[in-house]
Design a protein around this ligand. Structure first.
Ligand code: GTP
Ligand code: MG
Length: 444
């Protein structure tokens, strides 16, 4: 519809017409109820409180059944969230109830980060829902909504004041979930102390700016009861699955040597008030607040983070297509910049390596030249030595030949003059001088 059409439409006077007879659209609310009943409901409760404070007992008491009653250990190294889902039915209404326990809460020596896993869990459920909403093929109709609708914050009944861990955790959670603070094990604290304790808790919450869930007073049907109940916060509850005979009736209670604390007796504790407010009167409001307030806030921040806005810088209505294009351009620009950066880095690296290799090559070449010179010198020396040895060998051989010649001559002479043996022998011994002369002449 064009803008001018819209203007004309909104300026047109709305006319009230009387119907001539029964048309039937007054059955619309019934149709809605019937559809919702067929579809079923989901409700998710987060229980935050120290180990053993009575979380499981209270859940069992609230829904009048026995869920898992596994005890948590006191030695968890960090807080961990444990969700458990149950299918419940009352009359023809189906309820998918998820109870999430913050296991190990308050058990660590350093509690600075105790709130973090809880916040992360809540955000993850919002994120899952947002992802489902953003899908092209959405199936929100049969989507199992795991967003936390209410956080029951169990306060230890010290009678003094809230612990800093309680204040920090509630402060971190108050913009993400509907918090209903409850004083656990209220049977362990006297009536007058409980009254003062409640006032103290509320004043501490106010002075620390912690926003707890207020039962709505805008619907006339429940405005009165809700405003009365708001004044009773935080509820002081007692849980028990044990049944005790009081008069001639079996009631859920805790039995002590000095008497019986009846869970559903309003003068004993606020359990009934909590059940009324949480389940019978405000369950739908808690679901609605989760969707319209807490999830909406998460969604808005997330979409703004992603760059989506309701109006562009010129205050023109937001266009998804334009935002997408701008984001795409930004992304591609960034990608290109990164690519160029990496390419430049690669080139520099290659240059550096090339220079290093060249330097190494030069060093090797120098080493080679040096070794070559040493080798040549060695070779020259060996050659010289070889020549000297050859000369010595030649001289030796010549001397050997001369001696042999001389020997053969003297042998010949001996064989020719056998009778003059003794004389020749004498001559032979005087030969060396002659021989040396002969050999000396021969050498020169
Ligand atoms: P973890 O899951 O182990 O952290 O414990 P929890 O917080 O679920 O506590 P659980 O319900 O298991 O109760 C622990 C003990 O406290 C049990 O012995 C309960 O009987 C007792 N208990 C529960 N509710 C109350 C209560 O309202 N008053 C008193 N006096 N004791 C309670
Ligand atoms: Mg438990």
């Amino acid at each position: 519809m064009a803008a001018t059409d819209l203007e004309r439409f909104s300026n047109e006077e709305k006319r009230n017409l009387a119907l001539g007879g029964h048309v039937g659209f007054d059955s619309l609310p019934d149709q809605l109820v019937s559809k919702s009943v067929t579809q079923g409901f989901s409700f998710n409760i987060l229980c935050v409180g120290e180990t053993g404070i009575g979380k499981s007992t209270l859940m069992n008491t609230l829904f009048n059944t026995t869920f898992e009653t596994e005890e948590a250990s006191h030695y968890e190294s960090a807080v961990r969230l444990r969700p458990r889902t149950y299918d419940l039915q009352e009359s023809n209404v189906h309820l998918k109830l998820t109870i999430v326990d913050a296991v190990g809460f308050g058990d660590q020596i350093n509690k600075d980060e105790s709130y973090r896993p809880i916040v992360e869990y809540i955000d993850t459920q919002f994120e899952n829902y947002l992802q489902e909403e953003l899908k092209i093929r959405r199936s929100l109709f049969n989507y199992h909504d795991t967003r936390i609708h209410v956080c029951l914050y169990f306060i230890t009944p010290t009678g003094h004041s809230l612990k800093s861990l309680d204040l920090v955790t509630m402060k971190k959670l108050d913009s993400k979930v509907n918090i209903i603070p409850i004083i656990a094990k209220a049977d362990t604290i006297s009536k007058s102390e409980l009254h003062k304790f409640k006032i103290k808790i509320m004043s501490e919450l106010v002075s620390n700016g912690v926003q707890i869930y207020q039962f709505p007073t805008d619907d006339e049907a429940v405005a009165e009861i809700n405003s009365v109940m708001n004044a009773h916060l935080p509820f002081a509850v007692v849980g028990s699955t044990e049944e005790v005979k009081v008069g001639n009736k079996l009631v859920r209670a805790r039995q002590y040597p000095w008497g019986v604390v009846q869970v559903e007796n309003e003068s004993h504790c606020d359990f009934v008030k909590l059940r009324e407010m949480l389940i019978r009167v405000n369950m739908e409001d808690l679901r609605e607040q989760t969707h319209t307030r807490h999830y909406e806030l998460y969604r808005r921040c997330k979409l703004e983070e992603m760059g989506f806005k309701d109006t562009d810088p010129d205050s023109q209505p937001f266009s998804l297509q334009e935002t997408y294009e701008t984001k795409r351009k930004e992304f591609l620009g960034e990608l290109q910049r990164k690519e160029e950066e990496m390419r430049q880095m690669f080139v520099n690296k290659v240059k550096e390596t090339e220079a290093e290799l060249k330097e190494k090559e030069r060093e090797l070449h120098e080493k080679f030249e040096h070794l070559k010179r040493i080798h040549q010198e060695e070779k020259r020396k060996v050659e010289e030595k070889r020549r000297e040895l050859e000369e010595e060998m030649n001289a030796f051989n010549r001397r050997k030949v001369a001696v042999e010649t001389l020997q053969s001559q003297s042998l010949q002479a001996t064989s020719q003059q056998p009778l003059k043996k003794d004389k020749d022998k004498k001559n032979f011994f005087s030969l060396p001088s002659a021989c040396s002369i002969t050999s000396g002449r021969h050498v020169t």
